[in-house]
Design a protein around this ligand. Sequence first.
Ligand SMILES: Cc1cc2nc3c(=O)[nH]c(=O)nc-3n(C[C@H](O)[C@H](O)[C@H](O)COP(=O)(O)O)c2cc1C
Length: 231
Amino acid sequence: MVRPDPMDTGRIDYHGDGLLESDVLESPYLQVRAWVDDALAAAAARVDVSEPMALHVATVDADGAPNVRTVLMRFFDEQGPGFVTNLRSTKSLELEANPRIAAGLTWPAIFRAIRFRGVAELVTRTEVEEYFDSRPYGSRLSAWASDQSQPAAGREDLERRWHEALARFPDRGQHGDVPVPDFWGGWRVRCDEVEFWAGRRNRLHDRLVFSRTGEGNLADAASWALSRRQP
Ligand SMILES: Cc1cc2nc3c(=O)[nH]c(=O)nc-3n(C[C@H](O)[C@H](O)[C@H](O)COP(=O)(O)O)c2cc1C
């Protein structure tokens, strides 16, 4: 069997469109929205962007050691990017103790990435309930079946718990068949910085950064200053 050499990444020269000050939109909200729409369109066109909303989320633990995992960006509006999760999970406990958070969307196939830094806030219960209702039945059961981040006795134990949830909340095809667990919710990043990275030839990439200068949301252009960083 031929094993790929992990050090040989093929040295792809990135040749995206770049991002210039003259082209960046007037607020971080509009620019994120535009790039997310492009990533969704690329995924729909089956460019190699298979899970365009995959969001890498970094937190720190009580000792200040970083932790990172991938979730799906389920909310994006003027208030910031958000995701749903178990509120007793490691990430949630870390955010309760220290709400500082960083998150990233990375789309290598279109040579783009967005980086968010800020403070995590809980998503409102109404938004969580609306989103939960849109999940497939089986996924709603899994929210009940998993004490996310806790040790698991084995695969069989997880499946037994899922079947217990199935018996407890039968699928009647009705709104609210599976209630939202009180230990399930969402986090949103109230951003202080949003960076747009665009890969360009010879590794001379563009990095344009919106930094917070006021109290407005992501759509309030007056609350953000734009600068460029070296690649
Ligand atoms: C593509 C992808 C999407 C995921 N989406 C979610 C998600 O939306 N919410 C979530 O809690 N975990 C999601 N996970 C699982 C997390 O990466 C992680 O295993 C889990 O949240 C537990 O993390 P924690 O122990 O650090 O809290 C996803 C994993 C992958 C690879």
